[in-house]
Design a protein around this ligand. Structure first.
Ligand SMILES: C[S@@+](CC[C@H](N)C(=O)[O-])C[C@H]1O[C@@H](n2cnc3c(N)ncnc32)[C@H](O)[C@@H]1O
Length: 358
């Protein structure tokens, strides 16, 4: 059989897979609705319940809840008992779908599907014309990223990420100057500022919405060792012992200028701690990466596209370790170590210093 002739068995198998993709994509939307309406959280706290009982407990319209349950049952998310018409969220599923699951809650991530759907028309347009989209095209983006990253920061920033840098916790305890670039809603800064009251923390972002939310959170917690500045990270000035950037560099219009600015503001024994997507710069090495299709899609719908929208580099979400290491070296970092933390399949952490490692 020639390469051009379809193999009927393979054809059927692939068509089946595509149907599965359609079903799974639909379940993704429904999981997002389940997260936003609190249905998963409510179900996790209930005995097996009818749709009426669940709708009452969640404060929602029964007809919609019943249709949603239909999708959840046939999709294997929720168990159904036809005799009593009762529905149950198994605890093993609640562990991946509820707010109580913290960073393991995958239902929160499903919200990005609708966010991407909102801009699909404009994405198709830039496929034809080139260019990108402005940040203003994504009104819910700040809120979603903050919600997603906050659970991780609460759980791991102080106890797992800071210890990746030998001696950093002690230095933070005794009092140093730190800046978080692309801080978004500033939760990382506020978590660190509250854990290390002797240190001084700055958060920088170009989003007025993000900076406003960051200041409000700091005020609620009475943190007087934080400040938040509306600024471009490429124009960073001052002197710092620690610079952090979480899930930021690949989004930037001018990542090279920002990395050079980071190197310029670091004090000689300072550290740049960069959390970014754990992936390879080589496409072939990302085949089989458990999140790769999602990463390339997020990139197309947001990360690459906002950078291109500012006439920028358009590195994309999957810029990868090889490119990151090259760019850090070009910016003047003499040593870079890469680590992962347990339970986080998405990110890796680059610990970069100006001095060449001995
Ligand atoms: C994916 S979000 C990450 C936010 C935050 N670090 C977190 O983990 O929740 C990237 C952030 O980079 C910010 N950003 C983009 N370009 C920037 C620039 N040139 N200077 C400073 N911040 C920028 C965006 O506004 C956004 O808040």
């Amino acid at each position: 059989m020639s390469e051009r002739e379809p193999d009927p068995a393979k054809q059927e198998e692939f068509a089946g897979r595509v149907v599965q993709v359609l079903n799974d994509a639909c379940l993704g939307f429904m999981a997002s609705v389940g997260h936003r309406t609190g249905l998963f959280d409510t179900m996790a706290g209930l005995e097996p319940s009818t749709s009426e009982e669940l709708a009452r407990a969640a404060g929602l319209d029964e007809r919609y809840v019943r249709e949603w349950l239909g999708a959840m049952v046939v999709g294997g998310f929720v168990a159904y008992e036809p005799e009593g018409r009762t529905y149950r969220l198994p605890p093993e599923h609640a562990a991946a779908l509820t707010r109580a699951a913290g960073p393991d809650n995958m239902a929160g991530l499903m919200q990005y599907l609708a966010l991407m759907g909102e801009v699909e028309d404009r994405i198709v347009e830039v496929f034809r014309k080139g260019g990108g989209l402005p940040y203003s095209a994504y009104p819910r983006f700040q809120e979603l990223t903050a919600e997603e990253s906050a659970a991780g920061f609460d759980l791991a920033l102080v106890d797992a990420v800071v210890p990746l840098v030998p001696g950093l916790a002690e230095r933070l305890r005794s009092g140093i100057d730190a800046v978080d670039i692309g801080t978004g809603q500033g939760h990382a800064v506020n978590v660190l500022a509250s854990a290390f009251p002797a240190s001084r923390f700055t958060g920088v972002d170009i989003s007025p919405q993000g900076i406003g939310a960051a200041k409000a959170e700091a005020a609620v917690h009475g943190l007087d060792n934080t400040r938040f500045v509306l600024a471009d990270s490429a124009e960073l000035t001052g002197g710092y012992d620690l610079v952090t950037a979480f899930d930021v560099i690949h989004d930037l219009a001018r990542p090279d200028r920002t990395l050079r600015a980071v190197a310029a503001v670091l004090r000689p024994d300072g550290v740049f701690l960069m959390g970014d997507i754990a992936a390879s710069s080589r496409l072939e090495e990302n085949i089989g990466h458990p999140l790769a299709p999602a990463l390339y899609t997020f990139s197309t719908f947001y990360c690459m596209t906002v950078s291109l929208g500012e006439g920028g580099a358009g590195l994309g979400t999957v810029w990868g370790e090889q490119t990151a290491r090259r760019m850090l070296a070009e910016a003047g970092f003499g040593s870079v170590e890469v680590s992962r933390i347990e339970g986080d399949p998405l990110n890796q952490y680059y610990v970069a210093r100006l001095a060449v490692a001995a």
